[in-house]
Design a protein around this ligand. Structure first.
Ligand code: CMC
Length: 434
């Protein structure tokens, strides 16, 4: 953080003395006013529910410019990363600060590959769930349970423990997600296979059975790898802030990431991909493209409670750059799989076309987000809708763990403890006879 020449002065209309606060500059993006001493100096808190104007930390991992529609991981534009890297390159970049050279890449891939198996006892833990449980409920439990199975890497003051936990989480998430899926299908679990890439291995664990040889389809692997890359990190979103807040108490990384998984599940966040596909399917079953206009009227009616899922973003007020890349992947996958006429894709394009012209969406700067097209891609490659958010969680794990690590290595980090504006009863006595 660099101190700016500028300072901020807070003045009051009641004649109380004004107070100065330092202003800090980042590399790019808005400056911040450091209000840490505000309460001490004024006896007042700031009020910012939803963190609309509050930076909760400094971070060197991801940068978003919502007005330009720009997303950078460690300074590299997402458009370049998406076409030049695979997901493990991105994991190395996000975790360690830079893209790996050839030797680092070989070591990192091998390290992750050799941690993909999970403790056999986890199979029995998983069997305690109902088979019709939502995969995100199962995944929240499985990730939390890792702390019980891998207790030897939970000392957060030990750098080696932190590194081992990071690799374990990145490596084991695909295995756990695939196990949750296989369990819901009543099929045997498929063990990881070390001669496959990270993403090909996941595809095999999801779709192979022990009854026959399984050949991994490159189109499917490329599409999923793209989904993983686009979801790897997204600065201080709800689930990442949850991981930081949970981790700030000093809890172990498995517990903190389980909290992130739970937060991601919500339909305003990671659950939007599932909700978006359900919306498209519902629309298709109830009149399809003919009814798009009527549906959009419902979306614009605040009393209907209907939102256009996969649209809008707290930060992107121009275009979500991930949505552009995802739309491109969507076209490629549908064409490679001979599904160009997919009615849901047509429906999505029509919704987007109307929204981009409609003043309701234009005035509010609502654009498609990454989840608008990711559901169509996943459905085309055979991933069931209920698994979409679990796949998002798999991809986001590296971001969560890197942000958690960054927080722990910040000498200024404190337990997260927001304050409040109390509006309940003033002190009162309990009636003697009730
Ligand atoms: N459909 C219809 N109206 C919307 C939508 C939408 N999808 N999103 C926002 N609005 C309206 C909202 O009603 C409000 O209107 P008004 O100013 O008249 O009251 C205005 O736009 C601002 O909305 P907001 O809810 O105050 O904005 P926010 O920044 O708090 O919410 C959001 C952002 C993503 C939660 C919201 O846009 C939304 O619910 N979108 C649908 C769910 C979705 O696709 N989520 C995935 C986000 S990207 C993946 C991820 O990173 O998790």
């Amino acid at each position: 953080m660099k101190l700016s020449d500028k300072k901020a002065t807070l003045s009051f209309s009641d004649g109380s003395p004004s107070v100065d606060f330092p202003v800090y500059k980042g590399t790019i993006g808005p400056d911040v006013i450091d209000i840490r001493k505000l309460y001490g100096k004024t006896d007042m808190f700031t009020y910012d529910p939803g963190f609309l104007s509050t930076a909760s930390c400094e971070s060197a991992i991801t940068y978003i410019d919502g007005d330009k529609g720009e997303l950078l991981y460690r300074g590299y534009p997402i458009e370049q990363l998406a076409v030049n890297c695979d997901y493990l390159d991105i994991c190395h970049l996000i975790l360690n600060g830079d893209l790996p050279n050839a030797a680092q890449k070989a070591d990192f891939d091998s390290l992750v590959t050799h941690h993909t198996m999970v403790h056999e006892q986890l199979h029995f833990f998983l069997r305690g769930f109902r088979r019709d449980a939502h995969p995100m409920a199962v995944l929240t439990g499985l990730v939390g349970a890792l702390a019980a199975f891998y207790h030897d890497s939970t000392d957060i003051t030990n750098a080696h423990h932190r590194d081992v936990s990071a690799i374990r989480l990145i490596a084991k998430m695909p295995t756990l997600v695939a196990m949750a899926y296989k369990y819901s299908q009543g099929q045997p679990f498929i063990y990881p296979q070390n001669d496959l890439s990270y993403t090909a291995n996941f595809v095999r664990m999801m779709f192979a059975t022990p009854c026959e040889d399984y050949k991994v389809n490159d189109v499917v692997v490329r599409a999923l790898d793209r989904i993983f890359i686009l979801h790897a990190d997204h600065e201080q979103n709800a689930s990442t802030s949850t991981v930081r807040l949970c981790g700030s108490s000093g809890t172990n990384p498995f517990a903190a990431i389980a909290a992130g998984v739970a937060c991601l599940w919500g339909p305003a966040h990671g659950g939007a991909n599932e909700a978006c596909l359900q919306m498209l399917e519902h629309l298709q079953a109830n009149g399809g493209i003919e009814k798009v206009g009527a549906f959009m009227e419902q979306v614009k009616d605040k009393n209907s409670g209907v939102r256009l899922m996969g649209f809008g973003h707290r930060v992107y007020k121009n275009y979500d750059p991930r949505a552009k890349l995802m739309q491109q992947t969507c076209k490629e996958v549908l064409s490679a799989l001979g599904l160009e006429k997919d009615p849901l894709f047509k429906l999505a394009m029509e919704l987007e076309r109307i929204a981009l012209e409609d003043p309701y969406f234009v005035d509010r700067k609502l654009y498609p987000n990454v989840d608008f097209y990711s559901g169509i891609v996943q459905r085309a490659i055979g991933v069931p809708t209920s698994m979409f958010t679990a796949i998002f969680a798999l991809a986001r794990t590296v971001g969560w763990i890197a942000q958690w690590n960054e927080m722990l290595s910040d000498p200024d980090y404190k337990i997260g403890r927001p304050r409040q504006l109390y509006v309940g009863s003033a002190v009162r006595d309990v009636p003697k006879k009730r």
